[in-house]
Design a protein. Structure first.
Length: 272
């Protein structure tokens, strides 16, 4: 597939680009910074304060920290994704699984809200996000498939084969095969014991369950704590003609989720 030419907005400074994106954010209101019942997304000044508090922590801890800030956020039921449809980088009112991972990593990699908005232009795209008239003009060049994120190297190093006995399954969209960790392998103590806070998990569909060639059907963030491994993820469904969709961002036991899931396995990446 021919890749679009990488375009950088050379006429705009980082602070101006980020300012445009933040001003163009989905309406928020309120100042609550913790997820939960009655979730209200944080405003820029609260994000800046929290970034200052956590920016010396390891990158994995920062990713999980920001993922937790969205616990309780309603699920984004727009089939396209509200952030894509509105051409914005910051759209924190409603969150789907891909946006949750996007935003948590961007906030973790930056020291300011403006920096996080600029990181979005680098991370979310196969090329780079381009600003035009105050909006992101090339969302069609974004990562639409989780397997493309994992393979790109931008979303951490693929550690799947290092965790346990990995296996190859048929790929899709020009990819001959994909290496995954099967469900039963993930549940082994010697395997999941190697996971760390901030690792990303890309849940893999059985080939016969693919709808539009997608290998990955869901993704989330792992947190390791005294109580064991947990999964921070946007749990929900998109709106369709048959149903309105809905859901919420939640933190659950990773092993309980894996034990009950319909996915056949997962891909794992880690920022180091």
């Amino acid at each position: 597939m021919k890749q679009p030419r990488l375009i950088r907005p050379v006429s705009l400074s980082l602070s101006l680009v980020a300012c445009i994106l933040l001003l163009n954010a989905c309406a928020t209101g309120g100042r609550a910074v913790n997820g939960g019942p009655g979730f209200i997304p944080p405003v820029a000044e609260d994000i800046a304060r929290l970034q200052e508090q956590v920016n010396t922590r390891p990158i994995g801890e920062r990713i999980a920290f920001w993922g937790e800030r969205f616990i309780g956020a309603p699920y984004d039921v727009d089939p396209l994704g509200e952030y894509v449809r509105t051409k914005k980088a910051v759209c924190d009112e409603r969150v789907d699984c891909m946006y949750l991972v996007f935003r948590a990593v961007e906030l973790a990699q930056a020291n300011t809200p403006e920096g996080a908005a600029d990181r979005a232009l680098d991370l979310r795209f196969r090329t780079r996000g381009r600003i035009s008239c105050g909006s992101i003009a090339n969302y069609e060049e974004r990562f639409e498939y989780g397997e493309d994120m994992a393979a790109s190297g931008r979303w951490g190093r693929d550690i799947t084969a290092e965790l346990g006995s990995a296996t190859d399954i048929p790929g899709s969209r020009g990819r001959e095969s994909v290496t995954i960790l099967p469900k039963d392998e993930i549940l082994k103590p010697e395997t999941h014991g190697k996971l760390k806070t901030g690792d990303l998990i890309f849940f893999v569909k059985a080939p016969e369950r693919r709808v539009v060639g997608e290998v990955v059907g869901h993704l989330g963030i792992i947190k390791a704590g005294d109580a064991g491994l947990s999964l921070i993820h946007a749990s929900g469904s998109k709106a369709s003609a048959e149903k309105p969709g809905g859901g919420i961002v939640k933190e659950v036991s990773l092993l309980d989720y894996v034990s009950a899931m319909k996915f056949i396995g997962a891909i794992f990446t880690r920022f180091e």
